[in-house]
Design a protein around this ligand. Structure first.
Ligand code: FAD
Length: 542
């Protein structure tokens, strides 16, 4: 017997089958402005896939049916393989075949990093875990290029833009995925403490023995890793198979049981006489692998900005359909303030990361763009990744109790948010890196000041904040202890300057009136009551 006790009403329709690109004017404007207008058609097609019911469902499945480690086969042989739900493979295929790990290098057009960044930003809205191996495969390229013979063998496999989940020697596959393994038990930020040893076999080939405490996506075809060789800490490429086609001893001891990022397996591994090829000069391991890390840091910020965008989408959608006390939530002044504030945060994050992506594009031929990217990458990684968890928590609350329920995607967005701030250099490490950049590359401060110069005298609040920032930087005493405040100010002044140049005036004004004001409220929803909330929210409407 079917019992119908009530009519379901005042519930929003599901947010699905939307286009993550054409519904995002902030992203479209940034793509055009930052030199990647040529990607628009592909971005629109990709945006439709990302917002489709099918792909959003893959994201749910890949996180519900988490990866499982098989250390041995039924006969007792070690196999060290991880099994994923088919939805994980679908997401990997979608991302890799859209060019997320290759197009920044294979497209000969100007703006390739920016174009790829826009796609990555959208991918992060459907599912974040698969973006870890996709990012690493993209970011490994500059480090691999430091070893010409290895690059000649491996880069065509990366550039093939094909996903091949079979566990086979890389030479027999249509495309590859690459990872990195640096962190050891005794030190992650301080990789110089790595204890894994490298014994030379002959020429550039070595055998490694030791462990890595975090190694994500262990089914990657190869990993960049660090080990102590006779000449000091050195970077190596460790493939899952030796050149003779036998399995390379890489023991996956266990998978981490993590807060979020659950579709992505993160493992503890051990090397025991594991075959490896040297990458870059012996003793220059950090300098070699940091090229990869520079690119993964941009993606951390990009992924967090994408997640914030998705959070706003969900919140605005819900509140546009949900009534309380006889009025839509979007018509309630205090909710308008909250929605506008989280939308403002997402818009400022998007502008900053897309501007930074252009600096990556320009770095090859413009020294000042390279200096800008050097200092602004850790600034953006710090600030955008730090803002995401609180912004997403606030967006979650806009859905009320429904936001706390798994089916709404909000719990997953929330759980996935903190990791971008931890890996690839945690918050403090980013801030210290900003100070290092300013010290070792004095040009980077000039590049930052030049950038801010574009809006000199455009807004007195910004002028005052920039003057304060310069004063803070000149006072060198206890700079390390003040680093977070200084970096925060760098991020906020950059965001304000970008908004003043490129966003409608209500958006820029609300940003300056809150983020640059000493009396800025501690929570979201504390914009001045004179703010044009509608003007801000309308840019975030899905
Ligand atoms: C889900 C997940 C997946 C990961 N995947 C990988 C992977 O695939 N490969 C890999 O190599 N690593 C991976 N990591 C490891 C990650 O990169 C490290 O956890 C991170 O770099 C921090 O290192 P740690 O854990 O050793 O912390 P520590 O280095 O011990 O740092 C602890 C805290 O101290 C702070 N700190 C450090 N130095 C200073 C200082 N000088 N002054 C002030 N504060 C300081 C840090 O900011 C941090 O907050 C992963 C981590 C997670 C959570």
């Amino acid at each position: 017997m079917i019992i119908v006790t009530h009519e379901v009403r005042n519930q929003p329709p599901p947010l699905e089958n939307f286009n993550a690109y054409s519904s995002d004017s902030v992203l479209q404007e940034a793509v055009a402005r930052e030199g990647a207008a040529w990607i628009a058609e592909r971005a629109e097609a990709f945006g439709a896939r990302i917002g489709s019911r099918e792909v959003l469902h893959w994201g749910e499945l890949a996180n519900e049916y988490v990866p499982r480690l098989r250390t041995h086969d039924r006969f007792g042989h070690r196999i060290d393989e991880v099994e994923y739900h088919p939805a994980y493979h679908q997401l990997m295929r979608l991302g890799i075949e859209a060019g997320l790990s290759s197009l920044a290098w294979t497209e000969q057009r100007r703006g390739a990093h920016t174009a790829r960044a826009a796609l990555f930003y959208m991918a992060a809205q459907a599912e974040a875990g698969t973006n870890c191996p996709i990012t690493m495969t993209h970011a490994v390229v500059p480090s691999l290029r430091l070893q010409a013979d290895v690059a000649a063998e491996w880069l065509p496999r990366v550039f093939a833009a094909r996903y091949d989940e079979r566990f086979l020697p890389a030479a027999n596959k249509r495309g590859v995925v690459l990872g990195m393994a640096m962190t050891e038990k005794q030190g992650g930020s301080d990789v110089r403490s790595n204890s894994t040893t490298a014994k030379r076999l002959d020429g550039d080939t070595f055998e490694l023995t030791g462990h890595k405490w975090f190694c994500s996506a262990p089914m990657c075809d190869a990993f960049l890793t660090l080990a102590q060789a006779a000449g000091g800490l050195t970077c190596f490429l460790v493939p899952r198979f030796r050149p003779d086609g036998t399995r390379n001893p890489l023991y996956v001891q266990r998978l981490k049981d993590k807060l979020g990022n659950r579709s992505n397996a993160s493992s503890e591994i051990e090397y025991a006489d594991t075959w490896a090829q040297r990458i870059g000069e012996e003793g220059r391991g950090v300098r070699t692998i940091i090229q990869m890390v520079h690119h993964t840091r941009l993606d951390c910020a990009m992924g967090s900005a994408g997640a914030m965008r998705m959070a706003v989408r969900q919140a605005v959608h819900h509140c546009s359909h949900r009534e309380a006390f006889g009025k839509l939530l979007t018509a309630q002044p205090l909710m308008q303030n909250v929605l506008a504030d989280i939308a403002l945060e997402a818009e400022a994050a998007t502008m900053l990361v897309m501007r930074l992506a252009r600096a990556f594009d320009d770095s090859g031929r413009d020294a000042s763009a390279k200096s800008f990217a050097r200092v602004v990458t850790p600034v953006a990684k710090y600030w955008v990744c730090k803002r995401a968890p609180t912004q997403i928590a606030e967006a979650l609350e806009c859905l009320g109790g429904a936001g706390y329920v798994e089916e709404s995607i909000m719990p997953r967005l929330y759980r996935d948010a903190p990791v971008n701030s931890i890996w690839e250099g945690s918050g403090n490490v980013q801030c210290l890196d900003v100070l290092r950049a300013l010290h070792t590359h004095p040009d980077s401060l000039d590049a930052l000041v030049d950038e801010l110069g574009a809006t000199r005298r455009a807004d007195r609040r910004l002028d005052a904040a920039v003057a304060q920032l310069q004063q803070d930087l000149r006072a060198t005493s206890e700079l390390e202890a003040r680093a977070r405040r200084v970096v925060e100010k760098m991020a906020l002044t950059l965001q304000a300057s970008l908004l003043l140049q490129h966003a409608p005036s209500p958006v820029a004004d609300a940003f300056c009136a809150s983020r640059l004001d000493a009396h800025w409220g501690n929570e979201y929803g504390t914009l001045p009551s004179s703010t044009d909330f509608d003007a801000i929210i309308s840019r975030a409407r899905p």
